[in-house]
Design a protein around this ligand. Structure first.
Ligand code: NAI
Length: 328
């Protein structure tokens, strides 16, 4: 049988971890014929709850799951991994400044970047979910000099999925009709779900909806504040939908993209579409399942350009603050 794909998950005992591990182990991430091994990484206080999660993994008797490692040691945790899903991070607490949060998480991602660099498999790919995910990803990447820049990703697929559903519900069509929805920029309320480029049933989504005021004044803030809306209703932040977006992102990066389509992922910018170079920002991506490229030739109008520039300005500032905090 095939050798397993080894997947590290940090923050494995957290909410997203609890929704994610079972989907990986059941074959939903790498397919029904592909064995998987899980390297579950937690900080010390998370190790006991993690034991409980691993008992539940045992009790699922997943035929594809070959091994589970539980550890708070980063060298052990990232040893030989083909994928590193960096979910754990420190949440912002009351009274904490944004710069403090960027600094605290920055240190975590320095250590994880180094440990991935020194221990992971040669083909490792990294997806950062823990917030602020774009800047955390950039920091880890900067501390992993042996790993090519095109292996680093941060997640905006949840924003893409949220946006697709809002458009589908407004148009009264199944969500599968909504395609080519690119989220641009930072994974924050400033991200821009590009309804001008999106298609519904192969036609311009903006034309099908026919209500620009709704798109600009209702749709955009609805998607931007969806996370807060879920916290308000559920009393806890989105977890199952975030885990689902992790599965979707890895599937999108490991299987060929449908012709004429694309997916949103945050990658290192090389200046495409006038985006500043050297930030991890959300762009439209196509792949053959191995090599990926930024989709070229999307026409952006002034409104879109302004929104994208504003979100990327936020990222440039975040990068500055985070790297200053790391030096200080
Ligand atoms: P959670 O608080 O339930 O779980 C986080 C887990 O990470 C905890 O078990 C904690 O012990 C662990 N952890 C903290 N620091 C760690 C470290 N240095 N190494 C290893 N583990 C560590 O949080 P939840 O709901 O699972 O969310 C995780 C992260 O994902 C948060 O930062 C959240 O903001 C982010 N997120 C990102 C989304 C995106 O679209 N990019 C969507 C939803 C959440």
């Amino acid at each position: 049988s095939k050798p397993p794909i080894r997947v590290a998950v940090t923050g494995a005992a957290g909410q997203i971890g609890y929704a994610l591990l079972f989907r990986i182990a059941s074959g939903q991430m790498f397919g029904p014929d592909q064995p998987v091994a899980l390297n579950l990484i937690e900080i010390e206080p998370g190790l006991k709850p993690l034991q409980g999660v691993v008992m539940e993994l045992d009790d699922c008797a997943f035929p594809l799951l070959t091994e589970v490692v539980q550890t708070s040691d980063l060298a052990e945790g990232f040893k030989g991994v083909n994928w590193a899903l960096l979910v754990g991070s420190v949440p912002r607490k009351a009274g904490m400044e944004r710069a403090d949060l960027l600094g605290i998480n920055g240190k975590i991602f320095v250590g994880q970047g180094k440990a991935i660099n020194d221990n992971a498999a040669k083909d490792v790919r990294i997806l950062v979910v823990g917030n602020p995910c774009n800047t955390n990803c950039l920091i880890a990447k900067e501390h992993a000099p042996d790993i090519p820049a095109d292996r680093w990703f941060a997640m905006t697929r949840l924003d893409e999925n949220r946006a697709k559903t809002q458009l589908a519900q407004k148009a009264g069509v199944p969500v599968s009709e909504v395609t080519n929805l690119c989220v641009w920029g930072n994974h924050s309320p400033s991200m821009y779900p590009d309804f001008y480029t999106a298609k519904i049933g192969g036609k311009s989504a903006a034309e099908v909806i026919g209500d620009e005021a709704w798109l600009k004044e209702t749709f955009l803030p609805k998607v931007g504040k969806r996370g807060a809306e879920i916290i308000g209703a559920r009393g806890a932040s989105s977890a199952a939908s975030a885990a689902n977006a992790v599965v979707d992102t890895v599937v999108a990066l490991t299987t060929p993209t449908a012709p004429g389509s694309f997916t949103s992922v945050c990658v290192l910018s090389n200046g495409e579409y006038g985006v500043p170079e050297g930030i991890i920002t959300s762009l439209p991506i196509r792949t053959d399942g191995n090599k990926w490229e930024v989709v070229k030739g999307i026409q952006l109008n002034e409104f879109s350009k302004e929104k994208i520039a504003a979100s990327n300005a936020e990222l440039t500032e975040e990068k500055k603050v985070a790297f200053e905090a790391l030096q200080g």
